[in-house]
Design a protein around this ligand. Structure first.
Ligand SMILES: [Zn+2]
Length: 654
């Protein structure tokens, strides 16, 4: 194929993928299935790898940087990024309206929008290309989280239509309700908002991408139209993900009507909302209304009180977790709350039951605010009667019957029986899970059967299964036995990350397993690591580092690892491209096609080394426009000086 032909193919693939992304993520109307999509994506990836001269920063393959961010640099908000005044009262809304009328009279209208319970961000495009994504910070300077924002597939890296100069827009980053339900447990998020805030500040764009953040834009800073509502429509034409619902209100009475209506309508939105935002629609008038030091006077937020309901506590069940912690769960008389029926609520631990002075058959007030599982706020003491009974603190494990223990300084009740069936079952499931060893055909049903027929008692027993043993399960088909054994066999070739995760170390989820696997070459290295070297890894606190060290000091755990390796577990090595192997690069000035982070990543991906400073060992200095003092230094050391095009050519002439 001629180079022109390849370039065309690459460009049309990029366009096609962008279109599919838009339909999938923004319109929620997928055009093709995942398999077809993956095929196209990989085709593009391969072509781009083979022909790096056609690199483009806006290619859909460039959303996720493989390299970690070193730190978030500060970037100035121009103009200042305000926060909104907010209230829970109708009276304040009327006052807000009066203040505006005093300044500009009656000739204006409002736009009412959902108030997304997310993390505020500012996005900048330059000449139609994504330039930066910033957190609010103190409103004057925000953190540059561009690499993380870029992973959000709803947001175009290149605008649909030509747009000269700067376009500044602002919105919220969040997890959709659906997404949050899926990942909450995996990352132990307390609620969706905190989860999104934490995710946005991770140093690994790859991890951010995996978690699947979403974004909606509600503010257009750059003037593109005369009114706010027209501006939002304008953004839609550029394929920017704008809030899907907003209402035009002629006057404050309309606003209050919308407020009432939206109270229930909001549950049909894919994300959590906690109120409405009221904005003057005419941009020209906004300037006359002005700002306080913190907020615009032309916009106001109204928050709904968190919804509460009264229901009856029917019973309390005690559940044993994988690590033996026994958690009380309240079983409630079903009640409708915040758009869904609630039947259960966690009580965290027995101290919580005592703190609430909770009794069986009590009426309780429950509340849901951002969390998926509601919480018990208080007991309605006035409704207590003779039917109410004390909740007994369990003495024995509900699964194995062994005496529970409570360590000093801990509120948790624990079953410390190593052979506790509930814990073994959960450990096996964790080991086989998708993020763990990924043994596809060992799900909950089959694991239960294996335990029931005593075919498996410990984790290594999984690798001792054979046809003879599996056929002891009544009515098992040969086909499914084969599938089970195949998937077990397949899991033996694994990655360090999966293996670490599957061990079920306390507080070590998917994210930390990946960090650990990046920082230690082998499981042996990790076993021998000391507290300090684990502690300095991103996302590891004192407590977690201690847990990890303790885990690998425990003889039983070491035996488990040894046993698994003896049973044939091996680890894959990750291989890198090596076009630039043995060559070291330094960059100066600003480049046309690459950000600094991106070229660094690009060099590393292709096997080269990257350094910030020129030394005698430097092979190449890549020079962009307005180079710094590095150029002089390079000349002095006799370092080869090349421009961006020559660099791309190097990749071609391998
Ligand atoms: Zn037990």
């Amino acid at each position: 194929m001629k180079e022109d032909g390849i370039k065309e193919t690459i460009e049309s693939l990029r366009k096609e993928i962008e279109r599919y992304d838009y339909h999938y993520y923004v319109l929620n109307q997928p055009l093709i299935d995942d398999y077809e999509y993956d095929k196209l994506y990989h085709k593009l990836l391969e072509l781009e790898k083979k022909y790096p001269q056609f690199y483009s920063p806006t290619s859909p393959t460039q959303r996720v940087s493989e390299r970690n961010i070193e730190n978030f640099e500060k970037f100035e908000h121009k103009p200042k990024m305000f926060s909104l005044d907010n209230t829970y009262s109708d009276g304040d809304i009327l006052d807000f309206d009066k203040r505006i009328k005093n300044i500009i009279g009656n000739d204006f209208s409002y736009v009412v929008e959902p108030k997304i319970d997310g993390v505020a961000v500012s996005i900048i495009y330059r000449d139609g290309i994504f330039f930066k994504g910033l957190t609010r910070g103190d409103g004057i300077f925000g953190d540059d989280v561009s690499e993380n924002i870029k992973t959000i597939r709803e947001l175009p890296l290149k605008l649909e239509k030509k747009f000269d100069g700067e376009l500044i827009i602002r919105g919220e980053v969040f997890f959709t309700k659906e997404r949050f339900t899926k990942i909450q447990e995996m990352y132990s998020f307390s609620n969706a908002r905190n989860g999104a805030a934490g995710t946005l500040k991770l140093l690994s764009p790859k991890e951010v991408s995996k978690r699947g953040l979403s974004i909606r834009i509600h503010t257009v800073v750059t003037e593109v139209e005369k009114t706010h509502s027209d501006s939002l429509e304008h953004l839609k034409d550029l394929k920017i993900p704008v809030i899907e619902k907003y209402y035009l209100a002629k006057n404050i009475k309309d606003v209050l009507d919308v407020k009432e209506r939206f109270k229930n309508e909001r549950y049909s939105l894919p994300y959590e909302t906690d109120g409405i935002v009221i904005k003057v629609n005419q941009l020209e008038l906004r300037e006359r209304i002005g700002y306080t030091s913190k907020s615009p006077r032309w916009a106001f937020a109204f928050k709904y009180e968190p919804e509460r309901a009264v229901t009856k506590l029917l019973s309390v069940s005690f559940q044993v977790g994988r690590t033996g912690v026994v958690t009380p769960v309240a079983n409630l008389e079903p009640v409708f709350l915040s758009g869904s029926t609630v039947k259960r609520s966690t009580l965290h631990n027995f101290d919580e039951i005592e703190r609430l002075d909770l009794m069986l058959n009590d009426y309780v007030l429950i509340e849901k605010s951002g969390e998926i599982i509601p919480k018990v706020v208080k007991v309605i003491k006035e409704k207590r009667n003779q039917d109410c009974k004390r909740i007994e603190k369990p003495k024995e494990c509900p699964s194995c019957g062994q005496k529970l223990v409570q360590y000093e300084g801990e509120v948790a009740l624990r079953c410390i029986n190593k052979n506790c069936p509930a814990q073994i079952e959960l450990s096996l499931l964790h080991f086989c899970s998708k993020s763990g060893m990924n043994i596809e055909n060992l799900g909950e049903m089959m694991v239960k059967k294996l335990l029931e027929y005593q075919l498996v008692k410990t984790i290594p027993d999984i690798y001792r299964l054979n046809y003879e043993k599996l056929f002891k399960i009544p009515r098992i088909k040969e086909k499914s036995a084969k599938n089970i054994l195949d998937s077990i066999e397949k899991s033996k070739r694994t990655t360090l990350k999966r293996f670490i995760y599957s061990l079920g170390i306390k507080n070590v989820g998917e994210f930390l397993s990946e960090r650990l696997s990046e920082n230690f070459k082998s499981i042996e290295d990790l076993i021998n690591a000391d507290f300090e070297s684990i502690r300095k890894i991103e996302g590891v606190g004192d407590e977690t580092a201690k847990n990890i060290v303790l885990f690998f000091k425990n003889e039983e755990n070491l035996n488990l690892i040894r046993e698994l390796k003896n049973l044939g577990i091996t680890f894959e090595k990750t291989v890198k491209a090596n076009i630039l192997e043995g060559k070291s690069f330094v960059v100066t000035g600003s480049l046309k096609n690459f950000t600094r982070d991106r070229i660094k990543e690009f060099i590393l991906e292709n096997g080269g080394t990257f350094s910030e400073n020129i030394s005698k060992k430097t092979d190449y200095l890549i020079v962009g426009s307005e180079p710094g003092s590095k150029l002089e230094k390079a000349k002095k050391f006799g370092v080869k000086i090349i421009d961006e095009d020559e660099f791309l050519k190097m990749l071609r002439n391998r």
